[in-house]
Structures are given as C-alpha cells and as structure tokens.
Design a binder for this molecule. Structure first.
Ligand code: FMN
Length: 195
C-alpha cells in the first residue's frame, strides 16, 4: 500500500483551491495510507531564538529545545515514511505561505535530510515522489522563474533529495468565476489522473 504525506498550507479552509486539488488526488487513491499535516489549523512555529538549536542550527539551546526537537523528529519521520508527498501551494505575495516555509525550516536538518559533502550539499530523502498542488489568482509562465513560490518549493524539495516532482496548477482565480471554475475542474482532472 502506498503511503501519502499531505501538507496543506491554505488559509481558506473549505474554499481552498489547493486543498480541493489535494482532495481530488486522495479521492483517486482510496487504497493509500494517508498522513495529513494541515499547517493552517496546526502550524509549525516559526523559527525563533528559543527554537533555533532545536531545529539543528548552530545556537545555544533555547527554552524550547526539547519540544522543538521532538516536533522536528516527528515531521522528518513523516517525510521519510512517505512514498508520495503532496504539497498544497497557494501563492502568497509571489512566494509560498510562511506556514509552509516554517515546515521546510524544520524538515531541512543537516545530517538527517541533507548533508554537506566535498562536492556540495546532498539530499538524503531518496526515492520519494512529490506532487505540488499550486493555486494562484494570476496567470504566469512558470518557465520564467516568477513567481518564486514554485521554484522555491521545488528547490527546497530538491535540497533534501526529492527531485521527482510533478506540478499541477489551478491559476487565474481572479479572472472571473467561470474562468476559475474551468481552471479548477481542469486541474482536478489532471491531478486525479496521476498515478
Ligand atoms: C496573502 C495573499 C497573497 C496572495 N498573493 C498572490 C500573488 O502574489 N499572486 C497570485 O497569483 N495570487 C496571490 N494570492 C491569491 C491566492 O494565490 C489564490 O487565492 C489561491 O487560490 C490561494 O490558494 P487557496 O485557494 O488554496 O487558498 C494571494 C492570496 C493571499 C491570501
């Protein structure tokens, strides 16, 4: 049975387009075992002086060391346990939601999910597939590298070793209800058809 890790980051709950795409994927894979992290309802704390050492960065042990390390261990274990990581990516001011960035700040731990070698950094999360369910109001050409949300997300996944990444995008949400409905339906069909 394949194991899916779902990372949701939309602040829009029931109205979320990225969540709807994730749901379409899950509905097409009823046999899978699913672990969910909803960073809206259950956010990972932003990195602070109290938690910095806990996430494995060079710093004095702050007040939250033990709790931070325990949360980081749990988040990383979920990543290693998954076959497929499905990430909801609402575009916020051209980037990823800060809640999702906070999750990556915890997941990227030297010696565990990546390591530095003489040839440079090496991702240690091997053999996984990621699916990014992207939603945005505008229309963009991702080949241009703008907005930054997608290249940043793919870059961080690649940094920890996840290079098999499929992107499904519903865009143009601000182009009127009909255009939005068509874009959502097309993206739902596309993500549901993925193996
Ligand atoms: C704080 C904020 C910033 C946003 N910035 C952008 C943006 O830079 N570009 C864009 O195309 N859409 C932007 N949007 C629109 C969202 O990307 C769009 O509503 C998308 O559907 C959000 O995903 P969701 O439906 O899963 O919540 C922004 C929305 C919010 C709430």
């Amino acid at each position: 049975m394949s194991k899916i890790l779902v990372i949701r980051s939309a602040a829009t709950g029931e109205a979320s387009v990225s969540n709807a795409l994730i749901d379409a994927y899950l509905a097409a894979h009823p046999e899978a075992s699913v672990t969910e992290r909803d960073l809206d309802t259950n956010p990972v704390p932003h990195v602070s002086s109290a938690s910095l050492a806990g996430i494995g960065r060079q710093a004095p042990e702050g007040a939250e060391f033990a709790a931070t390390r325990a949360l980081q261990d749990a988040l990383i274990a979920e990543v290693f346990d998954a076959d497929v990581i499905v990430i909801g990516l609402p575009v916020y001011n051209f980037g990823m939601p800060s809640t999702l960035k906070a999750w990556f700040d915890y997941v990227a731990r030297a010696g565990t999910t990546f390591q530095y070698t003489a040839e440079g950094p090496e991702g240690l999360v091997k053999g996984k597939r990621a699916i990014i369910a992207q939603a945005r109001a505008g229309k963009y050409d991702d080949a241009s590298g703008f907005p930054y949300a997608l290249p940043h997300t793919k870059g961080l996944l690649g940094f920890v070793g996840v290079t098999d990444v499929t992107v499904v995008t519903a865009e143009g949400m601000a182009f009127g209800p009909e255009a939005a409905a068509t874009a959502i339906a097309d993206a739902k069909a596309e993500i549901a058809a993925l193996a």
